[in-house]
Ligand binder design. Structure first.
Ligand code: BGC
Length: 477
């Protein structure tokens, strides 16, 4: 046992919460909610820059390239730390990495808020990005490993819900601070949820799966009893113990290519790319711009429409959370992507027609339909699947690779969107995303397994028995 794991165990033993009597069924919900605060920071920090940029530009007299750097440096930091953060959490523990994530977020927000030059600001944005990357690979894992199988879908989706709330909060903060041009407040406000994440993780335990994997079986059982709020955890504990003993050796990068892992790795990477190349962040980051292109010229009108889109995103994520453990992942995924294909086709068509006319109202409705379709499908389900389909031994590493790929794809799409609009025009651009959405539907239909109601250990066993993902698809879709 390495020193670090022993430290993790010690931390948890010393955690007063581990000795407390079992009093409430709600413990695991609280744990999931606190961890999901990482998603709030993800949404807030990626969303807030659009409104702040104009004032930062005035403060420092930025060139276009410097503005692009201020926006995209977050994505670069996120991509790098998502990849490494996952495997660090396999070694040091999910909880410890989330504590570090909180410190990184707070440091990044403070550096941004106090930046006296563009160089320092960009440094701050890279640090914030590192926090986002860590959160995106570790939060879904943490929640997935503490949740009971039947509620895992909605509990991991709390992460996506928090992202959407963070995006909406960023729109509102931009709106609130615009009259005073207070960009330092816009960026610095992230300290609050950053501190909340840290406070929560100080109180919360390490996951029973991580503890068992590192040989701390007694502690794993204690935590399980605590988070399940019952002494009756033997069956689940024995399953976790058996799976952890099978993966007692440390996972290696070469394990990613094992026949029982490769299909799952492909699914994570594929969905990561499809989640981004179907255009969600062109809408999230550039909504006001698209709305103006569609013909709404008043600033208030475009802010209102943008806030409307953010609200639809939150509400439909809630709908998805309500459905995800009832109807399953695949039906939601396929239905939502179908909605995305239809709306991207329609959006392209509207822009195609509107060269002479004006369909501004209709295009806002279609944008909302698109965001609603994403919010019930690719949004939450990507983050959920990457936290549940990998074997324990390399869960962090593989989830980190998928999360990092997502950030790289996000970076590529954000960087090319304006050039595509200019080169191809809006209609062809949205049709291109529509074609990629058809690709993502086919990919999901043929490859993505149904994981509803299965424990993480059952999912792991299925890959061993039947390497082809399609063989563990539910019969329902
Ligand atoms: C995506 C983000 C996106 C957000 C929108 C997340 O699942 O990973 O890139 O901005 O959803 O709600």
């Amino acid at each position: 046992m390495c020193k670090v794991n022993a430290t993790t165990a010690k931390l948890d033993v010393n955690n007063p919460s581990d000795k407390a009597p079992v009093v409430s069924q709600r413990y695991v919900y609280i744990a999931a909610i606190f961890a999901a605060v990482g998603g709030l920071l993800f949404g807030y920090d990626t969303g807030v820059i659009s409104g702040a940029l104009i004032f930062i530009k005035q403060s420092f007299g930025l060139s276009i390239f410097q503005q692009e750097l201020a926006v995209s440096s977050v994505l670069v930091g996120a991509a790098v730390l998502a990849i490494t953060g996952g495997s660090l959490s396999d070694r040091f523990g999910r909880r410890k990495m989330l504590l570090i994530t909180s410190v990184v977020f707070i440091a990044g927000a403070l550096v941004c808020a106090a930046a006296g030059s563009i160089q320092i600001l960009i440094l701050g944005r890279v640090i914030v990005g590192m926090g986002i990357g860590l959160a995106s690979s570790v939060v879904p894992l943490y929640i997935s490993e503490i949740s009971p199988a039947k509620a895992r879908g909605w509990q991991v989706s709390l992460f996506q819900l928090a992202i959407t709330v963070g995006i909406l909060a960023a729109y509102l903060a931009d709106y609130a601070f615009t009259p005073s041009a207070a960009w330092r407040w816009m960026l610095g406000l992230a300290v609050v949820p950053g501190a909340l994440l840290g406070a929560g993780m100080l109180y919360l335990p390490e996951t029973p799966r991580f503890l068992a994997r590192h040989g701390h079986f007694d502690l794993a059982r204690t935590v399980l009893i605590k988070i399940r709020s019952t002494q009756n955890v033997e069956k689940e504990f024995q399953e976790i113990k058996a799976a952890s003993q099978e993966s007692a050796l440390r996972g290696h990068i070469s394990d990613l290519l094992l026949p029982a892992v490769r299909p799952a790795l492909m699914i994570g990477i594929g969905l990561a790319v499809f989640q981004q190349v179907t255009g969600i962040n062109t809408i999230i980051y550039y909504a006001p711009y698209i709305i103006r292109t569609a013909g709404i010229n008043s600033i208030q009108g475009s802010i209102l429409a943008t806030a409307g889109i953010g609200t639809v995103n939150v509400v439909m994520t809630l709908v998805s959370m309500w459905l995800i453990d009832r109807v399953g992942r695949r039906p939601l995924l396929l239905t939502g992507i179908t909605g995305m294909i239809i709306s991207l086709g329609a959006l392209g068509y509207i822009f195609h027609l509107s060269e002479g006319g004006n369909f501004a109202g209709l295009s806002v409705v279609i944008l909302m339909f698109y965001v609603a379709s994403f919010a019930i499908s690719l949004g939450p389900i990507f983050w959920l699947l990457i936290a549940e389909i990998y074997p324990l031994k390399i869960r962090g590493l593989a989830a980190g690779i998928a999360a990092g790929t997502n950030w790289l794809a996000n970076f590529a799409v954000s960087l090319t969107f304006l050039s595509l609009l200019k080169g191809l025009g809006p209609s062809l651009t949205f049709w291109l995303y529509g074609v990629l959405a058809i690709g993502s539907w086919l990919f999901s239909y043929y490859l993505v397994p149904e994981t509803k109601g299965r424990s993480l250990e059952e999912i792991e066993a299925l890959w061993h028995k039947k390497p082809e993902a399609t063989q563990i698809n539910s019969a329902s879709v």
